[in-house]
Every structure is written in structure tokens, then in C-alpha cells.
Design a protein around this ligand. Structure first.
Ligand SMILES: N[C@@H](CCC(=O)N[C@@H](CS)C(=O)NCC(=O)O)C(=O)O
Length: 204
């Protein structure tokens, strides 16, 4: 794909996941540093781009504003088909890819944040929560990662990046069970060994 992407960036944010993906697909991009402490994500200029005041906020080469990490990963995978990070549309592999790509922000992420930030609070009713319970989510991921190398099978895709980046954050922040799970840690290790991940760790 032609043109330059502009990524509003803070290394301690989900924008780091998008930077990793931009490296995976070999995109041309620039980083615009955002300092949360200085409120740079709350200025009128920034809020005009993303009224949520959140990162990642990505400007596509044609000026379109994109937010929401998983959506950005999916779009970049489609824009750079030569990187091979999304199965063909309409296939069963694509269906499995979507399943895990959406599982990351709708189940894994809120379940883990709830488990870490509300650990002393009474549990919310399982039926009302999209993720059911934290243990169900971790059991589901563990089962999947025990059965195949990547979430969609034997090929690395953008869905692995969505799931893997979240599991990597959970490992660092001490989410329950994550560090002790051999299947999850094998997967996280495989992902953080990738060249594109390592390049994304350089100062931005
Ligand atoms: N739903 C968004 C979440 C974005 C988000 O919560 N970003 C955090 C950093 S990881 C943020 O910008 N926080 C700054 C703030 O809310 O002031 C996504 O999946 O990309």
C-alpha cells in the first residue's frame, strides 16, 4: 500500500500494538508522541480526531481516522495482503481468525482488567457479562493454545497479535493464572521473539 500512516503514540498504551503491526506489514509510518501526563490526548485538536481521547489513533494515508486496536489490525492486514496476516475472505480460516480477533477486545481484555482492578469486589453475574468469567476466558485460551501453534492454526495472523499483545500485557501486570500457564507463556514467547515486535520496543 502506498502512502504514510501517522500513529499517535505512547509506548505505555495499546498504540504499541499498532506500531508492532505496522512493523509486521512493512508500512511507512511516523509516530506522533502523546504525553498522557501533559494531557496531550485531551486537547481540542486531539479530541477532534478521537473524541474518546484514546490511543491508538491512526491516520491512514488518505486522511481517514481509525481507532480501536483490533479494527486497525484487521484493516492493516487487509491493506498489506503480501504480509499474509489474514486468511482469505469467506474461508473457514477467516471465520476462525475473526473469532479470535474479536475475542481479544470483547472477552480477554475486559475479563483481565476486571480481574486485576476489581479483584476484591463481588463477582458480577456471569450471564450478564460478555466474557462470562475470567476463568472461563483463560480456560478457553489455554485450550486453544494447547491445540495449535497460533490461535487460527499453524499460521501467524493479526488475530495472534491481538490476543498475544493482551496476554503479554497481562503477564507483565500479573493477571491471575497467566504467568503460570505453560501454553500461554509458550505463545507469548513465540510472539515476542518476532523481529517486528522487537523493533516496536525501540524508543518511539
Ligand atoms: N477500545 C480502545 C481502547 C483504547 C484505550 O483505552 N487506550 C488507552 C491506552 S492503552 C488510553 O488512551 N488511555 C488514555 C486515557 O483514557 O486518558 C482500543 O481497543 O483501542
Amino acid at each position: 500500500m502506498q502512502g504514510r500512516f501517522k500513529l499517535y503514540f505512547n509506548p505505555q498504551s495499546r498504540a504499541a500494538v499498532v506500531r508492532w503491526m505496522l512493523n509486521e506489514v512493512g508500512a511507512d509510518y511516523e509516530l506522533v508522541p502523546i504525553d498522557f501526563e501533559k494531557g496531550e490526548n485531551r486537547t481540542p485538536e486531539f479530541l477532534a480526531l478521537n473524541p474518546m481521547g484514546k490511543l491508538p489513533t491512526l491516520i491512514l494515508p488518505d486522511g481517514t481516522v481509525m481507532t480501536e486496536t483490533a479494527a486497525i489490525l484487521a484493516h492493516l492486514a487487509d491493506c498489506f495482503p503480501e504480509a499474509g496476516l489474514a486468511p482469505a475472505v469467506g474461508t473457514s480460516e477467516r471465520a476462525t481468525y475473526y473469532r479470535w480477533l474479536f475475542f481479544a477486545p470483547s472477552c480477554l481484555e475486559p475479563a483481565g482488567i476486571d480481574a486485576m482492578m476489581r479483584k476484591d469486589a463481588p463477582p458480577l453475574p456471569k450471564m450478564a457479562l460478555g466474557w462470562g468469567s475470567y476463568d472461563d476466558v483463560v480456560d478457553t485460551i489455554e485450550e486453544r493454545l494447547s491445540a495449535s501453534t497460533y490461535v487460527t492454526g499453524e499460521t501467524f495472523t493479526a488475530a495472534d497479535l491481538a490476543i498475544g499483545a493482551t496476554l503479554w500485557w497481562f503477564t507483565m501486570f500479573g493477571a491471575p493464572r497467566i504467568k503460570d500457564s505453560a501454553a500461554i507463556q509458550r505463545f507469548v514467547g513465540r510472539l515476542t521473539d518476532r523481529e517486528a515486535f522487537k523493533r516496536g520496543q525501540a524508543p518511539g
